[in-house]
Design a protein around this ligand. Structure first.
Ligand code: SF4
Length: 450
């Protein structure tokens, strides 16, 4: 295992990664910055406060012709076949409308259209195949008058609808009832903590807390599963992580996971913070909040498992999702209100070593000696095909960064966002293959790390 010092001084490593992924970055004081030139300006974007974590996150990632430097993706011709075979999560931004004006919003103003038409949605559904998780995104998807019709269309196409929402409309019980009736089983709800001033600071409205708590109650009552999605800004709510985790664990009957992202200076970002958090900072905070259960080592080992499984299963033409390098997706479980590892760190390491060294016979023996591991591993693999396969009490912690210019770059990612379909070729409008940023330059550190 390489040490931090050797990584810092390993210019060869840096050059290798730069040419592998086509990105330019610098390491200074253990921090990793992406360097981007736009006109005559140089931009430095903080990727990681922990260079070792950054490099380890990249191990095993590879760039493919489908890797995208931009957030969104407009599929053309052959892409649909790839999506049909490989992708399991499709993000559909269906509207620019929103009933909030969050100070940290990076989404709604960036959409190049007001609304995705029903015909466009039908067109996507007809092309992507079945059993995909469709994340309805915005803006705020619940503002569409035809949201129930859209959910039904997705159900009818044998795909699985999920709404990513700020939850304000879900404070209305009758609205949640209609969501349930139209077939929604899962909601991703933005929820940043339990103090009103957090919402004042991040979302521009302290009243959101009350409405979101009501939304949670309604979702619990109608037995709709919830992922919390929490944005953490230093000096605003970093001390709230422990409360969020405890709350989610206590309510594991309907809260099945938490996505935690550091607030990213991208898009609007109208707040001032002294220090930018990166994914490794969030893991360190989670380590404290989980009494040492969620560690960088565990998160990275789980990620390695995904990479290894993808490598092995791809030999049988089965694609196993790895997510982007900047996302990690760690499975845990809740027993008696306590968070536990779904697979122990030792087992993770053991399985990873056997797969990486191609010692499949040893792996088999290892499995035979650990029947519980067989069950857990199988349900983990089967989750690709059936999200219920993990059984009850599973708790998912997803970490990453909301958006960076690198978010989807060097991986065979699993989750893609499809924007409104266009008759133009992708390259005319989008830069996903040639690598230029389509979005406005990120607003940070134009003077560079000093
Ligand atoms: S972050 Fe979400 S809820 Fe807030 S303004 Fe943007 S789209 Fe609306």
């Amino acid at each position: 295992m390489r040490t931090l010092t050797s990584l810092k001084e390993d210019t060869l490593e840096k050059e290798k990664l730069t040419s592998k992924f086509g990105i330019d970055f610098i390491i200074k004081n253990n921090q990793v910055y992406l360097v981007k030139k736009n006109d005559s300006l140089k931009y430095y974007f903080l990727l990681e406060n922990d260079s070792e974590y950054f490099f380890k996150s990249l191990l095993g990632c590879k760039k493919t012709k489908y890797s995208s430097k931009s957030w969104s993706f407009i599929p053309v011709k052959g892409d649909w076949e790839y999506i049909k075979k490989k992708n399991t999560i499709i993000v559909l931004p269906i509207t620019k409308m929103c009933n909030s004006d969050c100070k940290i919003c990076f989404m709604k103003d960036r959409l190049p259209y007001d609304e995705m038409s029903i015909d466009d949605i039908k067109d996507v559904l007809a092309k992507i195949g079945k059993n995909k998780k469709i994340l309805l995104f915005g803006g705020e998807p619940t503002l569409r008058d035809d949201i129930f019709k859209i959910i039904r269309l997705i159900k009818k196409s044998r795909n699985i609808p999920t709404i990513c929402t700020n939850g304000l409309k879900l404070a209305d019980r009758s609205f949640v009832k209609k969501l349930k009736e139209s077939g929604i089983k899962r909601i991703l709800l933005s929820f940043d903590g339990f103090r009103e001033e957090i919402y004042e600071n991040l979302r521009g409205n302290s009243g959101h807390l009350y409405l979101k708590l009501r939304a949670l109650k309604n979702l619990k009552d109608f037995k709709i599963k919830v992922y919390l999605s929490s944005t953490i800004a230093y000096g605003v709510n970093e001390n709230e992580i422990s409360n969020l985790l405890k709350f989610a664990i206590r309510n594991n009957d309907f809260i099945i996971g938490i996505n935690i992202y550091p607030a990213t200076p991208y898009g609007k970002f109208d707040i001032s913070i002294k220090k930018y958090l990166t994914p490794s900072d969030i893991v360190s905070m989670l380590e404290k909040a989980s009494s040492g259960l969620i560690t960088k080592e565990y998160v990275l080992e789980f990620k390695r498992l995904r990479m290894n499984l993808n490598r092995v299963l791809s030999k049988f033409k089965i694609f196993f999702p790895c997510y982007s390098y900047y996302h990690s997706h760690t499975l845990l479980k809740v027993e008696n209100n306590q968070l536990k590892h779904f697979i122990s760190l030792n087992d993770l390491k053991g399985v990873n070593e056997f797969i990486q060294n191609r010692k499949y016979l040893n792996l088999l023996v290892y499995f035979i000696k650990n029947p519980r591991l067989v069950k857990n591993s199988l349900s983990f693999v089967l989750r690709k095909f059936n999200s219920e396969s993990l059984g009850k009490n599973v708790f998912i912690v997803q970490l990453g960064n909301v958006i960076t210019p690198l978010n989807y770059l060097p991986v065979e990612y699993d989750c893609i966002e499809i924007e409104k379909l266009s008759n133009n070729s992708r390259d005319e409008n989008y830069s996903h293959l040639n690598g230029e940023l389509r979005l406005e330059p990120f607003r940070t550190l134009t003077t560079g790390p000093g």
